[in-house]
Design a protein around this ligand. Structure first.
Ligand SMILES: C[S@@+](CC[C@H](N)C(=O)[O-])C[C@H]1O[C@@H](n2cnc3c(N)ncnc32)[C@H](O)[C@@H]1O
Length: 236
């Protein structure tokens, strides 16, 4: 882990205590920073995630890596019962203050505090990339989902147009950390964000890993030209 006077960031091997500490450090201004750095796109990515899950009123949906509950709140708009789980107590406390009506609890994506087949749908937004063991997390998501239940992973991905990809990668590695210095409570965390996005598998590679973890009918849809991808699957 690297430490600076402004804060700390996790290393790319993503040790859980480093990841939790890093998110504790960004919690207070997380929602605002997200919206600024994504040029407001985060709202439409969340709406698309909710739509892709096809939630019906009364269904139970789990949002893993829920952070401040901003993604969980969006899911509840469907009329489903949405609960969020996260490793960072700082993010959970910030979420409790910002949106007390959203059920949020402490939980590790690799050992979820729920019985087998508890949920009709599960989702993870901008968090799978932070979990130390991606494949184990995808299997754990399958464990808590009922047979026939749905998964949607919302995660940064690889822009499909080569020219746009070059511009985007330059934004990620140069401008994003600079902008984060003006809005975030821990700008170092946004250097990690840029590095972890660059190191993340592309759409096809992630689809293969979702399928290998016990999910059927795996497919993906690109958002904002592939800056983000929604991967979906059905619990076999
Ligand atoms: C970028 S935030 C995403 C928050 C929210 N889902 C959203 O869409 O804004 C990533 C979150 O994943 C959480 N996280 C990382 N590793 C985790 C793990 N192993 N189990 C649960 N949460 C984890 C972090 O604490 C952080 O709150």
């Amino acid at each position: 882990m690297s430490r600076t006077p402004q804060g700390q960031r996790a290393s790319l091997d993503k040790q859980p205590h480093e990841v939790a500490a890093m998110f504790d450090g960004v919690a207070e201004r997380y929602d605002l920073t997200n919206t600024v750095l994504s040029f407001g796109q985060d709202r439409s990515w969340r709406r698309s995630t909710r739509a892709a899950l096809g939630l019906r009123p009364g269904e139970r949906v789990l949002d893993v890596g829920a952070g401040t509950g901003v993604s969980t709140q969006e899911l509840a708009q469907s009329g489903a019962y949405a609960v969020g789980a996260d490793l960072s107590l700082g993010m959970l406390y910030a979420g409790k203050r910002a949106r007390p009506q959203v059920p949020l609890l402490a939980g590790d994506a690799l050992r979820l505090p729920f019985a087998d087949a508890s949920f009709d749908a599960v989702t993870i937004s901008f968090a799978l990339r932070n979990v130390n063991d991606t494949d184990a997390a995808l299997r754990e998501l399958a464990r808590v989902t009922r047979p026939g239940g749905r998964l949607v992973v919302c995660e940064f991905s690889t822009p499909v147009n080569p020219a746009f990809r070059t511009v985007y990668l330059s934004y990620l590695m140069r401008s994003l950390p600079a902008v984060a210095r003006t809005v975030s409570s821990n700008p170092e965390a946004y250097v990690y964000l840029a590095e972890s996005i660059r190191a993340w598998p592309d759409q096809a590679a992630l689809a293969g890993r979702v399928a290998a973890a016990g999910w059927g009918r795996v497919a993906w849809r690109n958002l904002t030209g592939g800056v983000v991808a929604l991967h979906r699957g059905i619990r076999e």
